[in-house]
Ligand binder design. Structure first.
Ligand code: ZN
Ligand code: ZN
Length: 232
């Protein structure tokens, strides 16, 4: 596969997952189909969300640009062949773990006084987030968060000659869908909650309502190890 096709598929994956996120958000704002399952029962005003929409779209353009430039820069070490299931799962989990550990320290740093006041406060204007507000952040915060998967690729490249593109694409899609889920404000299903160390919606929703603790995203293991977990 040539570099242009790889970039276009990456952009398509990122765009489509965000389109799903917008549809999910619109269902919450404009219908009552899933409102019975909300964690926080307060009313949400659509007008407030659409005021935030320009920044959300701007950050989406940053996300697509980082994805395109990242695939361009890492193209030479990307493997486009069909992987074995073992290699696929191993690299998928590794990219997730490295990105998530990076995100944990990054997010905890964003809660220090200076960075919170000047950068992270924007994201915390949502005390009761809805899906697309996962990307409602200061653009600088968004940029340094969006490079996480590529930090994962850079670390893996130290140990592996190549990284399978399907592991990377799957991670990119799941990462976005998970971010949409934990900002949805909709209660997690019992199946998802049963996955060990899985970062549930309740875990991150509590971070938004309390403004402290629960800095991890995909895996709660980091909050347990570094003793920053809050449960109520
Ligand atoms: Zn935060
Ligand atoms: Zn958040």
């Amino acid at each position: 596969m040539n570099v242009t096709s790889a970039i276009l598929i990456t952009i398509a994956i990122l765009f489509c997952t965000n389109l799903i996120g917008y549809i999910y958000t619109a269902l919450i704002l404009h219908t009552n189909l899933i409102n019975d399952y909300r964690i926080q029962p307060k009313e949400y005003f659509a007008r407030r969300f659409y005021k935030r929409f320009p920044l959300i779209l701007f950050n989406l353009s940053i996300l697509l640009s980082v994805g395109a430039v990242g695939v361009y820069l890492f193209y030479d070490i990307l493997d486009f062949s069909t992987p074995t299931l073992g290699l696929f799962l191993f690299q998928l989990i590794l990219i997730f773990l490295i990105d998530d550990l990076y995100f944990y320290f990054y997010h905890a740093a964003l809660h220090t006084k200076f960075l919170y006041k000047h950068i992270h406060k924007t994201h915390h204007r949502s005390t009761m987030p809805i899906p697309m507000e996962y990307i409602f952040t200061h653009p600088l915060e968004w940029f340094f968060g969006a490079i996480g998967p590529f930090i994962g690729l850079a670390v893996i490249a130290l140990f592996f000659p190549q990284i399978n593109i399907y592991a990377f694409w799957t991670m990119s899609a799941l990462r976005n869908l998970h971010e949409l889920d934990i900002h949805s404000g909709i209660k997690s299903s019992k199946i998802v909650s049963a996955i060990p160390f899985y970062g549930t919606t309740e875990h991150h929703d509590l971070h938004h309502s309390k403004n402290r603790g629960n800095y991890a995203s995909t895996f709660t293991i980091w909050d347990k190890i570094f003793r920053t977990e809050i449960i109520d």
